[in-house]
Design a binder for this molecule. Sequence first.
Ligand code: UDP
Length: 317
Amino acid sequence: MRVLVTGAAGFLGSHLVDKFLALDYDVLGIDNHITGTPANLGHLDSHPRFRFVNQDVTRYIEIEGPLDGVLHFASPASPVDYLELPIQTLKVGALGTHKALGLAMAKRAKFLLASTSEVYGDPLVHPQPESYWGNVNPVGPRGVYDEAKRFAEALTMAYHRFHHLDTRIVRIFNTYGPRMRPNDGRVVSNFIVQALRGEPLTVYGEGTQTRSFCYVDDLIEGIVRLFERGSSEPTNIGNPKEFTVQQLAERVLALTGSKSTIVRRPLPIDDPQVRQPDITHARRMLGWEPQVSLDDGLRRTIEYFRAVVAREVAEQA
Ligand code: UDP
């Protein structure tokens, strides 16, 4: 079995590559490193079943030989990234998804789209089941990501219905773990890096907004099960345990033992007030649910960032 992962050098892409290699697949990774990090795949340099292609997936993708699966993970995914890269974000969600679907068609391969809880926008239904159509501002700053992913879902379903392609759509909720970039801008990496550097933790708004944080290993397990034995309906994969951003800041301070303070910063425009996946569908179809608690996942992530921050300090010295 041979699969192609776009966005292979990213946080989730690189973990997905590792998982497929561990399951004995041959893996082809594509990335243009616009937000991906070459070091995330550095340990695979001489792996006999892994090959890397440096390419922008919005351009025609030419791959020799058979493929059994195409998993489309390429996209800026952090709010600060897609605000800085709005056109690239729209292009990879629209043109990149089109190219990846076209490749899957040509190879008669299974296709999996990495979609997002952002398709629900600032949700008026809580928790969010897959049947909820969302509350998205198409012209706000987050619209470039939300609408690109909504278009990508529509395109995936069109290929499924019109071309009978075997497709999957995973709606990924907030995920954290090793290999996030220290400057990624997302809340878990920001808070941990700030705590380890002894800088204030930046809570946006009142910190009463909620998110539900899934440890990366749990997420990857859910995605592989969906790929192998799921169906074409969109499927939420995430951890339903919900926390306020303030609570997260306090857990990070407690687990790092940091003396950092907490400061308030303005709430970004259209920042969703609540977010929690309804994972009934994934539980029933895949027998999947998250195993790693927030504290355990944070401990593992803190350990990773301790090494990253120590390296930075050593380089500056
Ligand atoms: N957030 C925060 N401080 C930060 C970064 C993010 O308070 O340094 C908040 C942000 O406003 C949002 C939540 O944390 O309410 C999650 O933000 P993130 O960028 O991780 O992802 P999102 O879920 O918004 O896509």
